[in-house]
Design a protein around this ligand. Sequence first.
Ligand code: ATP
Ligand code: MG
Length: 558
Amino acid sequence: MSNEAAPLNFIEHIIEEDLKKGYKKDDLCFRFPPEPNGYLHIGHASSICLNFGLGEKYNAPVNLRFDDTNPAKEEQEFVDAIKRDVSWLGYKWATECYASDYFQQLYDWAVQMIKDGKAYVDSQTSEQIAEQKGTPNTPGKASPYRNRSVEENLELLEKMKNGETKEGEHVLRAKIDMESPNMLMRDPVMYRTLFKSHHRTGTDWKIFPMYDWTHGESDYIEQVSHSFCTLEFLPHRELYDWFLDQVVEEDKLRPKQREFARRNLSHTVVSKRKLAQLVAAGVVNGWDDPRMPTISGLRRRGYTPESIKNFADSIGVGKRENLIDVSHLEFNVREDLNKKAPRIMVVLDPVKLIIDNYPEGQTEMLEAENNQEDESAGTREVPFSKELLIEREDFKEEANRKFFRLTIGKEVRLKNAYIIKGESVVKDADGNITEIHCTYDPESKSGSGTEASLRKVKGTLHWVSAAHALPVEVRLYDRLFTDPSPDTNKEKDFMEFINPNSLEVITGYAEPSIKNAEPEDKFQFQRLGYFVVDKDTTRDNIVFNRTVPLRDSWAKLS
Ligand code: ATP
Ligand code: MG
């Protein structure tokens, strides 16, 4: 989005049109408005990148607005997590706002609407109100309370506000049009009573404003110029505008709502409510479980802010909903980590490799490049000795010509070390290989420049010195759901598509250079993938999460 030459998306076209029509650039103001009822997920990241991206592009303020009008579902923990996640993505909001800060203003406006004959207290049950709403093809019916006197309405609203009526006994409704073709215009509820403690206003308020009554008015109070929301709010736009009509003053900026398509990611669910279900059922270990599509889960999984922003920018904003394959997200993190992550050698499924002609008891420190993509990353030393560990799948006693790894009688290079030749194996009673024996060419050391070292061999293997290797806990993650879209067009509940094998915990053997690694440090385990140090790490147990394998193993299967 920072690229000036990039074609404008339809949201930017709307803004450019408005600027041509007389909006001042200084009037532009945007907001990101999460409800603090859960942690932000990758879908929110699209909305964050859109709004904050526009802020950067037009040098306009972007507010972080908590849409906190339902004390039954909202908590301070979620407010804190949302702030942490937006900051981590690298964005700064102009003002931290809360819809709850506008409760008095909203109330005052509601009182005025009653006086103007634009709102009334309805004392029916929610079932009765729903019945009278009609259907899209049949008009609704007026409530018997629709024509209450202004005095009675004012008195009742005040009582509701003070908690002097029963919870749910009355609601305040806008008086619009019970025959409107838009069902949302059929006298929508503005306030309901809720006797719950709110995370910010405590028990001060017993009435809470509904989303439609709150959102546009909050935009107006903050003088937000463009209020972008997802497509399901398209039919709400008429109501958004009607509510603004009741309060907007002439010399003030009038916000406009515009809609863009929700972003969905394959093999997961992007809905706070459903993610909360996964947490509550213990399918995952909390909102930041590395399998979760939450921003905090992706962070713990080893994603970088840049990889998430690049992902969001590359899919852009659209007018039609679609399902983005998770491999697209994985592609972005590989691209970014390839540039940034230092390389190390770790063996995940070890078998012992003994170099018969290497001196007993000798240890050599070999120089290894940290990142061949980035010279400034420097080098490190890796210990080499007679007994090594290599991956079990990197050896076959006999293999065809396409097997470029170790076999008996063939040569391969050990990364950063020497060329070796397979000689023999030792097996246990069941026929499993317990030791591979080889010989090495002492003249072939990597980087020594000798003729022997320049010799071409087909394969290069990673390894660790058995005596120096550090055992580490490695958590291998897979997709959380077996179905690409577990929550759409399905007869079964999304919980039935949970992948039972989404986590495998193994012990890996790492080169000792990582012994002081800290949580969130990221590495490429050479030939295996990208891994990040988990926060569960202790001094005696380093825990790694696999971010992604080096290649998309699912693409090969299909
Ligand atoms: P959820 O169902 O997960 O709670 P929501 O839309 O109710 O989602 P909010 O906290 O109200 O969540 O959303 C904050 C902003 O993020 C809104 O502007 C909303 O439109 C946007 N948003 C939420 N989910 C997505 C998504 N999948 N793709 C794009 N934008 C989204
Ligand atoms: Mg919501």
